[in-house]
Design a protein around this ligand. Sequence first.
Ligand code: AMP
Ligand code: MG
Length: 481
Amino acid sequence: MQITWNLEHSYQKLPKALFSSVNPVPVKSPQLALFNEGLSKELGLNFEELDADSLSAIFSGNQLPKDAQPLAQAYAGHQFGQFTMLGDGRAVLLGEQITPSGKRYDIQFKGSGRTPYSRGGDGRAHLGAMLREYLISEAMYYLNIPTTRALAVVLTGEPVYREKVKQGAILTRVGQSHLRVGTFEYARNFHDGQHLKDLLQYSIARHFPEVHESKNPALPFFEAVMSKQIELITQWMRVGFIHGVMNTDNMSIPGETIDYGPCAFMNTYDPKTVFSSIDTQGRYAYGNQPFIAHWNLGCLASTLLPEISSDTEEAIKLAKESINKFPKAYEAKWLQMMGRKLGMDEVKTTDKALIDDLLHWMKVHKADFTNTFLYLRRGVFPKDNLYDNEDFKAWLVLWKERISGNMQRAQELMDANNPAFIPRNHLVEEALEAASADGNMQPFQELLAVLSQPYKDVTGMEKYQEVPLGVDIEYQTFCGT
Ligand code: AMP
Ligand code: MG
């Protein structure tokens, strides 16, 4: 039986230098580990009549859809501040699936073999990293945060050699596109002006059609990308998400969370929190994320200069004016978000002190970020030394007074903005370990089920909410390459 995809290939109309046509490299014995039925339906794909073998063949790349035209995308990027050539070294885009409602989504295999951009890499990915991306990206989706999603994970039946021998796997990633800040950096720095022009026009048509009408769309395009990034980072901050590797090649033009490598969620509140083993300087720490987003957007603005104005000085002046709007715009979004976590529809000037005081208290007393807001949402606190604290109680009095005007609305806001469940690092590790070491997917499936309803505050689920003392102290995440 053949599945009818509805693939288009608009990316291939871009200049050839922006991609390389390349097929996934077939794998030895593909075996389906995960399949996202709900997402497949949203995409307008009906796999119901296919057995696991057929799904394994499809999502390993061994049996390509008839209308697939696989390609690897070229891009560059600033990695930890250093500019370098990159590109899809282990991923291929099959095409763009047009959904029944007319939306366009990239369908990409990650871990599908070498491409012209692989440099020294083997083009492969290992099971743990692909399961991790599946789990965390789905968790982000259910937390209502823009993100790429995961359609399937297939074991390749082949080993991949890292610091240990691991099982190879391929993830099928679905996203609004895979355009990145790094795609613009590549076009600008490695090719002539026409490449940049074409890429800009393409990105506007695909993601920001409202900007198309402007006489000079480069600047409004930039500001639209900036505004999506501000929204995205604010949402990360809301749930304590730490991306871990915010290089410019991992910053998406349509504003989705992309590239789940060493990402993790903060437990105890501390802006300096960082888990990534390679981020020794804390460049991508929780509290640094807005500054890095600002920096990355500066990289994007500088690639756009020739499109902003043919007069370089004028272009720089205009670009600076735009990028300088970031701090104020972010601060406003962040305050609004924090206000909602505390049940306030609108944040007044005096509320900033209330917000800052709570965060300061949480930091000093090493309070759990998610649980503290959950307890505020419940209005009930555990009977332990932490919350039985004079400073905290004094803060509570002020806060309650502040929101007493409309308690119903306050409750609605808190319920919608303070999750009861996030992917706790130790549970993620346990689930991945059971899957990788014993082929036992049950802990993974159970955790995924909990994370699929993160705002529903059901009782008796403390196992998914409590963090055993000290588990975080030596916790490290890895890049997943
Ligand atoms: P990432 O850290 O996943 O954003 O990847 C950074 C760059 O390294 C991208 O160009 C990837 O395609 C490339 N890369 C990562 N792992 C591999 C691998 N195993 N083989 C080839 N290229 C890779
Ligand atoms: Mg990347």
